[in-house]
Ligand binder design. Structure first.
Ligand code: M6R
Length: 616
């Protein structure tokens, strides 16, 4: 949350600051701002709303300068106002800062600084930090030959409780940026006679593919031709330069109206990429290059803990179902935000797996650190190569789904679920799953992209259904067994992009409470598969109909329903139980998407949300 870009080099900084911000806007879009350092001091522009508002302001009042910092905000401390937008300038006018994170002890800092004569013009925690840097700068004019700018930032950071990714400018050091991180991602992009700072690599797409990932507790001094990294304890860090691949076209919208729509339709490719090269030569099991844990060790595992947030947590629920069914290993699923503070007892043979599209979600990162601190091996399923989670785990599986820009997760979710199924297969084959069951499983997995395409082909029909339901303000999503997590995911999708109240429930649990919501004003969407509980689910549908509730059903095409029971039926191909959750996700995503479009919602940037949640 919050995106940061910094530029120092031979070109006009504001061009790159704006371009980078546009690419980082998914991280927050409450306000945007930039500061450029000129010989006459800071030029500052801040606007509430989108980066486009800032771009218009900069266009009408250009901000020439070769060094600058910019920010797109997801508000934490202080409302969405221009005064609270970043950058913030220290009250003595020496420093400018952009910040991603939360300074937990900012109130104490602020009181201290007020007593020292510093003044404040915003309600943010960040302004306390920039004034604390100014305080240290003024306090120690000499620094034994050390860079006074760096030292002031370093000393201020020693007092910070909380998280930060920051980029700082100093009026007296016009060719330099100081960047630092703790808990919020930050990278240095190395160009030719120019360098950049950014929250993630997408912001660098036009400039460079050579990056240094800053680690927690590190601080960098960056100029146009050099960079130096130290720790906040003033120890020198040997940096490693990574070459990253960024396909610019992956960030383009093309003919789609929204990134969410594009990403829904990219799922056959994303799923294909999740499986590429990951089956054994005899096609009876999965194989993974990066688990860093040998089969013998995996056979000792007698419990798995899956941890994640939001949609990724729903992927954990599907994975739990699949691992328990196919590998017969007990699995527990925890919200990462709960796990990190719950101190739950873990058996020594527990494998911890975290799932995160961004690889930056702070709660998930904290959960993984907590598990590692306790001595557990931690694996990750993550999409973003080089993300903090990917770098801190013992091993894992990359999703290779391509960048997911839409705030509502779609292709990342189905690819996580598919990888969950592959892990279930792999673990199952290390235990009791037979060769022929393994072969059937692999065949089913390989069919997934085509089956997903089949469902995408009926998007017009789903759109037509969505039009009839777009005016409802309440929805129930109901499913049993492996369809229950998809019901939860469907409800989350609808909530986050349409602002429609929706609840996901196990279909049979409905009668223990949520059925009270059912009326002609609250439709129910049932996710139905064939099999032993089909008739039970039919009864649940009858219960809704009896109470005048409209019923949409997403069902395998082999399911037959009595006349008049279902108001709208969306048929999906029958398939292996392991891939049903992926196939059933597609109409759920499309329905939510089209309802949001019909309601005129800003699908890719829903209110109050951000793609990557890097605050607690
Ligand atoms: O990047 P992560 O997978 O760790 O993100 C977790 C959640 O913040 C994320 O899935 C969120 O719930 C999405 N907006 C759902 O569409």
């Amino acid at each position: 949350m919050c995106g940061i870009v910094g530029y120092v080099g031979a070109h006009n900084a504001s061009d790159y600051l704006l371009d980078g911000l546009k690419r980082l806007e998914y991280r927050g879009y409450d306000s945007a701002g930039m500061a450029v350092l000129t010989p006459d001091g800071y030029r500052l522009a801040r606007k509430t709303g989108r980066v486009s508002n800032l771009a218009t302001a900069v266009q009408s009042a250009p901000m020439p300068g070769r060094v600058g910092i910019s920010h797109t905000r997801w508000a934490t401390h202080g409302g969405v106002t221009e005064a609270n937008a970043h950058p913030h300038i220290s009250s003595d006018g020496v420093f400018a800062i952009v910040h991603n994170g939360v300074i937990e002890n900012y109130a104490n800092m602020k009181n201290f600084l007020l007593q020292k004569g510093y003044t404040f013009s915003s309600q943010t925690d960040t302004e306390a930090l920039v004034n604390l840097i100014a305080y240290h700068y003024a306090k120690e004019p000499e620094n034994n030959g050390k860079n006074r700018f760096v030292e002031s930032v370093r000393k201020a950071l020693l007092h910070v409780q909380g998280t930060y990714g920051i980029a700082v400018l100093c009026k007296d050091h016009p060719g330099e940026i100081v960047a630092a991180r703790k808990g919020s991602p930050l990278i240095i992009g190395l160009g030719d006679n120019e360098n950049l700072i950014a929250s993630d690599a997408s912001a660098l797409a036009l400039k460079t593919s050579r990056v240094i990932y800053l680690k927690d507790g590190e601080l960098a001094l960056v100029s146009d031709r050099s960079h130096r990294v130290i720790t906040t304890d003033d120890e020198t860090v040997q940096t490693v330069v990574h070459q990253i691949e960024i396909g610019l076209e992956e960030y383009e919208l093309g003919d789609f109206r929204h990134y969410m729509e594009k990403e829904i339709f990219e799922q056959p490719t994303a799923l294909h990429n999740a499986m590429r090269g990951r089956f054994s030569d005899d096609s009876s099991t999965a194989r993974f290059g990066g688990l860093n844990i040998d089969p013998h060790e995996l056979r000792q595992i007698d419990r798995i803990l899956l941890c994640a947030c939001g949609t990724a947590w729903h992927a954990c629920l599907v994975t739990e179902y699949l691992i328990e069914k196919y590998a017969r290993i007990p699995v527990e699923v925890e919200y990462a935000s709960e796990f990190r503070y719950r101190n739950s007892p873990l058996d020594k043979n527990t494998l911890v797996v975290v799932i995160s599209q961004s690889g930056e979600t702070i709660d998930t990162l904290a959960a993984l650190r907590e598990a590692k601190r306790k001595g557990f091996k931690v694996m990750a399923i993550t999409n973003v190569v080089g993300s903090t989670i990917a770098r801190e785990v013992d091993g894992g599986v990359y999703q290779h789904a391509g960048p997911e820009i839409g705030v509502a997760s779609t292709k990342a979710f189905t690819s996580q679920v598919l990888i969950g199924a592959m892990i279930a297969l792999y673990l199952g084959r290390l235990r009791d799953m037979s060769y022929s069951d393994g072969v059937a499983f692999v065949e089913a997995l390989k069919m997934t992209p085509d089956l997903v395409s089949e469902v995408l082909n009926i998007s017009d029909k789903i759109h037509a259904i969505a039009k009839n339901y777009a005016h409802y303000e309440d929805f129930l999503f109901l499913g049993r067994q492996n369809m229950f997590p998809i019901a939860l995911e469907g409800a989350l999708k609808l909530k986050e992009i349409s602002y429609v109240h929706a609840e996901g429930y196990p279909a049979a649990e409905m009668k223990h409470g949520p059925i009270a919501l059912v009326s002609e004003k609250c439709p129910s969407l049932f996710l139905v598969t064939d099999g032993e509980i089909f008739s039970k689910t039919l009864s649940n549908i009858q219960e809704v109909k009896a109470r005048k509730g409209k019923v949409i059903v997403i069902a395998s095409d082999c399911c037959e329903f009595p006349d008049g029971l279902v108001d709208d039926l969306i048929q999906i191909p029958s398939c292996h139980d392991a891939i049903q959750p992926v196939i059933a996700s597609i109409p759920v995503q499309l329905l939510s998407y089209y309802i949001a479009v019909e309601r005129g919602c800003d699908v890719d940037k829903p209110r109050n949300l951000a793609k990557s949640v890097t605050v607690e």
